[in-house]
Design a protein around this ligand. Structure first.
Ligand code: NAP
Length: 336
């Protein structure tokens, strides 16, 4: 494994010498803009769609909101921090027709390039600068003096400086404090999507729902079932984050560990074919095509699934528990 680069190893010059447009002011866009400015990178414009709800926030933070076309026309570097499923339309309608030759394009996820939603011309540096984690954490960790681990990759190097720009971008958003590593668009795209579908989001929610339903079917109250299959996830996730899986096992009861080791094998056997199918689906670009097709139909599929998931009995049980805890805690400044 290659050694990471840190802040002191990385020159911010390649970024400071260029005009930057960040497209989108969501979780990543806002955090990147604020961190960069705090790191002394100041020539930043924020490109927003027409009637964007983020305009007031951009202005309140002291940045200049511009149209997507203006952002594309006036920048040496465009960082596409809008929702992935909108990238192709943003590129086709706003960036490609307005960009000056030689403009660099930065992505924070391998999705749009690896699945060929965008195929930039040869004069364009095509760079991946991925801070690995949610956008809000890019800012909150930076404010505490830290940063998220960053991965960079170069798909096209027209300027001969793509690698230096990639590393400077990651250092400017705080990743130089945690470590900056090389990757490729392909590796980042598959790892990110497999991780979220099979384990962190899809897999975890499937296990939680199944566990909840099994307990309720066995006559356990919904409250107890929720606590043991969902609510306590946080404590286990925190332990794994701090100590790794082995360290988590060492920190829990021997009863829990003995039983968990027994069932890990059969659970893995059961999910292996599902995970293998996910890898094939994502690698072939089929997932990306389905998701962009759904976006083109106003996210009808996503919204239907979301509505169905909302009505699961587990949600009402969770809400009751959260409300009861909040009532007991009272407002933060209540005298005891
Ligand atoms: N590497 C990683 O681990 C990682 C983790 C999370 C996210 N990411 C990547 O970061 C990027 C942004 O994600 P995020 O979490 O910041 O998303 P987000 O919070 O949902 O923000 C999305 C932004 O996209 C804008 N947007 C949506 N549709 C648009 C359109 N048609 N035209 C123009 N702007 C549009 C939204 O604009 P409005 O403000 O106008 O609504 C919003 O500002 C994505 O590429 C995502 O994959 C990477």
């Amino acid at each position: 494994m290659s050694a990471p680069l840190y802040e002191a190893d990385i020159d911010l010059g390649p970024l400071k010498r260029r005009r930057i447009a960040l497209i989108g002011y969501g979780n990543h866009g806002r955090s990147h803009a604020l961190n960069m400015r705090d790191m002394g990178v100041t020539d930043i414009a924020i490109g927003l769609r027409e009637d964007s709800p983020s305009k007031a926030k951009v202005e309140a933070d002291g940045f200049v909101p511009v149209s997507l076309a203006e952002a594309a026309a006036g920048a040496d570097i465009v960082a596409l921090l809008a929702a992935d499923e909108a990238h192709r339309a943003i590129w086709d309608d706003h960036i490609a027709p307005n960009r000056p030759p030689g403009q660099a394009l930065i992505f924070s996820h391998g999705f749009s390039i690896d699945y060929k939603l965008i195929e930039p011309p040869a004069d364009c540096d095509v760079i991946l600068a991925a801070a690995k984690g949610p956008g809000g954490a890019v800012r909150s960790s930076f404010e505490k003096g830290g940063g998220l681990v960053g991965f960079w990759g170069v798909h096209q190097d027209a300027s001969g400086e793509a690698e230096a720009i990639a590393q400077a971008y990651l250092a400017a958003i705080g990743c130089g404090r945690a470590g900056v590593y090389p990757t490729t668009f392909k590796e980042e795209a598959l790892a990110d999507i497999l991780g979220e579908q099979a384990v962190l989001v899809g897999g975890m929610c499937a296990l939680a729902r199944e566990g909840f339903e099994q307990l309720v079917a066995a006559g356990i109250s919904e409250r107890m079932a929720y606590i043991d299959t969902v609510h306590e996830l946080k404590y286990i996730a925190d332990l794994i984050h701090e100590r790794g899986i082995h360290g988590m096992y060492a920190a829990i009861s021997d009863t829990a560990e003995f039983g968990a080791h027994e069932v890990e094998g059969p659970i893995r056997e059961a999910v292996r074919p599902v995970f293998e199918a996910i890898v094939k689906d994502v690698t072939a670009g089929d997932f990306a095509r389905r998701w962009v097709a759904d976006f083109d139909c106003d996210r009808a599929g996503l919204y239907a699934q979301r509505a169905k998931a909302k009505d699961h009995p587990l949600e009402a049980a969770g809400e009751d528990i959260r409300k009861a805890s909040a009532r007991r805690a009272g407002p933060p400044d209540t005298p005891s």
